[in-house]
Design a protein around this ligand. Structure first.
Ligand SMILES: [Zn+2]
Length: 248
């Protein structure tokens, strides 16, 4: 293989590595933000359950105040009941007592409902607290892993950039220029392999037979007539040793 083509392949590999590293570095803040958003969701679910408990307790307190009002009214009626003089007054007072009792019963029933509801909400809070703790732990671990990945990626980027600079210094500027021109219009991919059946590996156009023959030699820079990428050929790996089957 010609040194030019060999260096072009290496240049493409370095560019791919650099592009990959840059993309990962650019995505890093969003990945952290996504993890934080998941934590915020878990916190919001807990806050919402705690808010429901607060509302439940406020409502229960109001109902208990109502119950106290009816109880005061009832004890007042009982005092008055002792003081009535006629049967008619007595019967009327009995009606008042019965009505107040009914209302008190209904309020007490609502207090009970709120208490049952509080049990459910308290259980919800426990679940949300546990979920938040699990999420917090998972997210801390994920963020630590992401930070470690970032260090590795930044190191890889620095290494690939250094190697690229060294490589460019060894290359023919005309060849580099050709590479850059194609890379610029092909999203950074200037190199393509010719497939074993004679197609451009990038745009899949069929190469003319004599062009394909030339590419297989890997000794001149040949561009695909359709996509302009610089083509090279990777010969198939040597056939593996035939496996011996042992008779059983
Ligand atoms: Zn092509």
């Amino acid at each position: 293989m010609s040194p030019d083509i060999e260096r072009l392949i290496t240049l493409q590999q370095l560019d791919d590595a650099i592009e990959d590293a840059r993309r990962k570095i650019a995505a890093h803040p969003q990945r952290l933000a996504d993890a934080d958003a998941r934590l915020a969701d878990a916190q919001a679910r807990l806050d919402s359950a705690r808010q429901r408990l607060k509302e439940n307790q406020d409502a229960k307190r109001d109902l208990e105040k109502d119950a106290a009002v009816f109880q005061t009214r009832l004890s007042k009626y009982k005092d008055q009941l002792a003081a009535v003089k006629t049967n008619r007054e007595y019967t009327a007072m009995q009606h008042e007592v019965a009505a107040a009792n009914t209302e008190l019963g209904s309020v007490e029933e609502k207090v009970l409902e709120r208490m049952l509801e509080a049990d459910t909400i308290t259980a919800d809070i426990k679940v949300a607290e546990a979920a938040l703790a699990v999420e917090q732990k998972a997210i801390n671990a994920e963020k630590a892993a992401m930070d470690q990945e970032l260090v590795v990626v930044e190191k890889a980027l620095a290494e690939a950039s250094g190697k690229r600079t060294t490589l460019l210094a060894q290359m023919d500027p005309q060849v580099v220029k050709k590479f850059d021109q194609v890379a610029k219009f092909k999203k950074g991919i200037a190199m393509a392999t010719a497939t074993r059946d004679g197609l451009c590996g990038a745009c899949h156009v069929r190469l003319r037979p004599h062009v394909f023959q030339q590419i297989r030699l890997n000794d001149t820079i040949i561009q695909c007539e359709s996509c302009q990428r610089i083509l090279y050929y990777v010969p198939p790996p040597a056939a593996p040793e035939p496996s011996v089957t042992h008779p059983s």
